[in-house]
Ligand binder design. Structure first.
Ligand code: PRT
Ligand code: ZN
Length: 291
């Protein structure tokens, strides 16, 4: 029995594709806990929160029913389970697409041609809804895994499955026909929890930390020295979140510029800055950005 002691409970995937990133996100929020796959539940030492380790398929329902207050899970699962929960944030990892694919040599070229065909999937709910919305009648064949083999086994004419790199589909001689849904990991919350003032307060505190570390992701803090005369030129080069901070240096006519920059443009920008007169450029990681 899990104690209902006023502490928040957050469910994350016990062992799978979302586990490492979910743990990294919680730790980036300053939460300290030992996580062991074998144990259902890991208490946090420095926050009123317990981490529950569950199968991803169970998370939406457990959050809906209040077994956990919060959950981190793929949108694809939340949709499939039709869970009555609120989504607090998209978390920027676990990206994938739910895709209808057909064998390379299939005569099926359009979604309409799926009418009266057999489609194998582990997402019967989402697929049935898609078919209804598009006025299509097709036989939904529910499998529990290895869906990509269904056309070869002549169990189905098409499949509806999760794709990320597309390698599995390609290796199995399948070609993508239509994207049903795109998905990433999301933070979901139980609706009743949001109405409990004490827990709501904890959720708000946690949400600020999560959005701070999401904001910081892929960003660096950049500092450089430059002659004051070069500042207008440098400002035009720096693609900063806000206008850069300019601080005078002890040396007459020299300033320091500070700015946040996306790491993927840093190298290009750095070369231009040097040419425009910047020197002593320092770039450091950012842990969080609270706006
Ligand atoms: O044990 P548990 O039930 O918790 O885990 P699971 O095995 O059901 O899920 P897991 O760990 O495979 O995936 C967890 C979540 O990660 C999914 O619900 C998605 O939200 C997300 N995700 C991201 C993916 C993929 N990428 C992915 N590629 N989930 C599954 N796949 C599978 C897909 O089913 C297919 O078999 O990978 C294969 C295709 O990959 P590519 O790269 O070859 O296209
Ligand atoms: Zn699962």
């Amino acid at each position: 029995m899990i104690a209902n002691n006023g502490r928040l409970k957050i469910a994350i995937q016990k062992s799978g594709r979302l586990t490492d990133d979910s743990l990294a996100l919680l730790r980036a929020c300053g939460l300290e806990f030992e996580f062991q796959k074998q144990s259902l539940y890991s208490p946090c030492r420095n926050f009123d929160l317990d981490v529950l380790a569950l199968r991803d398929d169970d998370i939406p329902e457990y959050v809906q029913d209040g077994v956990a207050d919060l959950g981190i899970v793929g949108e694809n699962i939340v949709r499939e389970k039709r869970a009555q929960v609120e989504t607090l944030a998209k978390l920027g990892y676990g990206h994938c697409r739910l895709m209808i694919s057909v064998p390379q040599r299939s005569p099926i070229k359009t979604v309409k041609q799926l009418n009266r065909k057999r489609i194998a999937t582990t997402y019967p709910g989402t697929l049935s809804q898609f078919l209804r919305t598009n006025g299509l009648r097709a036989e939904v064949i529910q499998l529990s895994g290895a869906v990509e083999l269904a056309p070869t086994l002549d169990v189905a004419d098409a499949i509806c499955d999760i794709v990320s790199t597309g390698t599995t589909a390609r290796v199995n001689g399948l070609r993508p026909l239509h994207e049903v849904l795109s998905s990433e990991a999301v933070l979901i919350v139980n609706r009743r929890t949001l109405r409990q003032p004490e827990k709501k307060l904890l959720i708000d505190r946690l949400s600020i930390r999560i959005s701070g570390s999401l904001q910081a992701r892929g960003k660096r803090y950049m500092m450089m020295n430059a002659p004051s005369a070069a500042v207008p030129r440098l400002k035009r080069i720096i693609p900063s979140l806000k206008s850069p901070t300019v601080v005078p240096l002890a040396e007459e006519g020299m300033v320091a510029l500070h700015s946040v920059i996306a790491e993927d443009v840093f190298w290009d920008v750095m070369e231009k800055l040097k040419k425009a007169g910047a020197s002593d450029i320092i770039v450091v990681p950012i842990e969080t950005i609270i706006q």
